[in-house]
Ligand binder design. Structure first.
Ligand SMILES: [Mg+2]
Length: 261
């Protein structure tokens, strides 16, 4: 564990959590609850993560939200939880909660057509292997590829589409292992902003994430909650502390569960 923000103490945090009226636990998925794997379709949670999440969810006094770039239907299967948590998938473009059910934004027809033309182009340019067609965007993956290949993918994709994205409210966003075309106003930061808007006082919140995309969330959360970077290597971050997965992550989630039991 590394404390980056000297004003932060985990003991003080968990004491406050115990007596808070509202408890908000926001969790990224890939690289946070699950280890990085080149086999993206089978990126399952670390052992014991599921049981602790089940515990926190069944206690019923934490608003536990998974915030991920993955589509909700994929997240749901990878998590494999008995009780579905609240999920903000596709960076917040689609949402699921017990209370509201499933909701999602809708792209205009010309944007849907545009995304189809990007997919067609990617296939014509032999990018099938790195292509991921998402409900609200398109990702190009290079996890496991050589540096030359990475640069090649990034350069060709950006050169082809960079000038066409803004007119569709889309943008390029890099993530750990690729680049994605997605909505330019919907990101983990806007997700956190919408969630936190519901709370005025008497709440304790934390956000756990590992990636560049989580920095949007950290920056939005500011001093309204504890910002935790999950990772083994320190890097430039807006987070308050760094926890190394899985042990320190499990320890944190376990303390959360104990504090709210
Ligand atoms: Mg992640």
């Amino acid at each position: 564990m590394e404390i980056l923000n000297r004003r932060i103490s985990l003991d003080t945090f968990f004491t406050a959590l115990k007596s808070a009226k509202h408890r908000i636990l926001m969790l990224d998925y890939d690289g946070t609850l699950s280890p990085f794997t080149e086999d993206r379709d089978n990126a399952l949670p670390y052992p014991d993560v599921k049981s602790i999440l089940e515990e926190i969810i069944s206690q019923g006094n934490t608003r536990l939200i998974i915030i991920s770039g993955r589509p909700i239907n994929v997240l749901k299967n990878l998590l494999g939880l008995k009780h579905l948590p609240e999920m903000w998938g596709s960076h917040g473009a689609e949402r699921y909660s017990q209370k509201e059910g499933y909701t999602a934004i809708q792209y205009a027809e010309f944007t849907r057509n545009f995304l189809s033309s990007v997919i067609k182009w990617a296939k014509e340019n032999n990018l099938d292997d790195s292509l991921e067609i998402k409900p609200f965007g398109i990702a190009f993956h290079w996890r496991g590829a050589s540096d030359i290949k990475k640069n090649e993918i990034e350069t060709i994709v950006e050169a082809a589409w960079n000038n066409r994205l803004a007119e569709h409210d889309l943008e390029f966003k890099k993530f750990d292992g690729g680049i994605e075309i997605r909505h330019n106003k919907i990101n983990k930061g806007s997700a956190v902003s919408e969630i936190m808007k519901e709370y005025k006082d008497d709440y304790v919140a934390a956000y756990l994430g590992d990636d560049y995309t989580d920095e949007d969330a950290f920056n939005t959360l500011g001093n309204k909650g504890l910002k935790i970077l999950i990772g083994k290597v320190p890097r430039l971050t807006a987070a308050d502390i760094i926890l190394s997965p899985p042990e320190e992550l499990l320890d944190f989630l376990g303390r959360w569960s104990k504090s709210t039991a």
